[in-house]
Ligand binder design. Structure first.
Ligand code: MG
Length: 327
């Protein structure tokens, strides 16, 4: 069974695809699985992790959304995975590797989206969610033992941001899929929230991509596949590259920075900053299971806060800062 699959990888995949048999390997050797390739095992390890389950209560753009139809970090991750797999399959790249990277890319994301990331960066001097995602899979999961993933999955996770340079084309596909996913679902959520109207989107962008969410995703995906097919790189046509940059700029201006969706962010950021300072003064209140993973308080406090869901951060803040009534 597995032999058939390995033969499929060998014979069918593009010469530029990563083959699971050629993996640079794991941090610690484990016996091969009789059924699954190494990348399929990594995908499964990520799906069964605690950090993956916590994504359901972490903000994407709209803070702990009350409405059931807004994206969370979990549904964002699933949309990225779907888009990345479609691209990967069309380019005959390794779909399993793509899937594992996409499912793991945001595991280190803080509560309250990028507001949380900025607070931890300010408090510690350096914090990025992609580096924290790698720390989650390398160290924090499985009670400090890490998930022991392959090099290619770990590389794709830490390099998924736009300025990253993944070693595999599968990693590059995830980086594009992340951007295609968030630009499109954030437009959809912003319209749902009444912050944007369909006709606010610049006409030139609509003319190229179409006006519906599905059309836009499809247009970006088809362009990326057509431009990259049979090549040792993942590229967009210049026209679509520009449209993506314009759309991103538009979203920064209308939604990510200035909109009404951001007013609560100031409070969320202040809350996380107070929590950070609280644990600096009371390091022993960080659970021992987290403290044991680092010598420096700065590191384990960051691990603890970055790992919190929005809900858990609110609950913890309430416990430490909000006076309780005498019952
Ligand atoms: Mg992402």
């Amino acid at each position: 069974m597995k032999e058939d699959y390995l033969r499929f990888e060998d014979e069918f995949l593009s010469p530029y695809a990563a083959r699971s048999q050629n993996t640079r390997g794991r941090q610690k050797y484990i016996e091969p699985c009789p059924l699954r390739t190494e990348y399929q095992r990594d995908r499964d390890r990520i799906i069964h992790s605690k950090a993956f389950r916590r994504l359901k209560h972490k903000t994407q753009v709209f803070l702990t959304p009350g409405g059931d139809h807004y994206r969370t970090r979990l549904t964002h991750t699933l949309e990225v995975t779907q888009i990345a797999r479609t691209i990967s399959r069309a380019l005959r790249l390794n779909e399993d590797l793509t899937e594992a990277i996409a499912l793991g890319h945001d595991l280190g994301h803080t509560p309250f989206g990028h507001a949380g990331e900025r607070v931890l960066d300010k408090m510690t001097g350096h914090f990025t969610h992609n580096e924290q995602s790698l720390r989650v899979v390398d160290v924090l999961e499985e009670d400090g033992r890490g998930l022991n993933l392959t090099f290619e999955v770990r590389d794709g996770i830490i390099n998924h941001k736009w300025d990253g340079n993944p070693a595999t084309l599968e990693g590059k596909v995830v980086s594009y899929a992340d951007r295609i996913a968030y630009l499109n679902h954030d437009i959809d959520d912003a319209i749902r929230a009444g912050i944007l109207k369909e006709d606010d989107i610049p006409k030139e962008i609509n003319a190229l991509l179409g006006v519906k969410k599905g059309q836009r995703i499809n247009a970006f995906v088809v362009d990326l596949v057509e431009s990259s097919y049979g090549k040792p790189e993942i590229i967009q046509s210049p026209r679509f590259g520009r449209a993506m940059a314009d759309l991103r700029e538009f979203m920064f201006e209308k939604v990510y920075v200035k909109s009404a969706a951001k007013t609560e962010e100031t409070r969320a950021a202040l809350m996380l900053e107070l929590l950070y300072r609280f644990y600096e003064q009371n390091p022993l209140l960080v659970p021992g299971s987290i403290r044991k993973n680092a010598a420096e308080p700065k590191v384990y406090i960051t691990d603890y806060i970055a790992g919190m869901t929005d809900n858990f951060a609110l609950k913890t803040f309430n416990e430490h800062f909000v006076p309780k009534r005498w019952e």
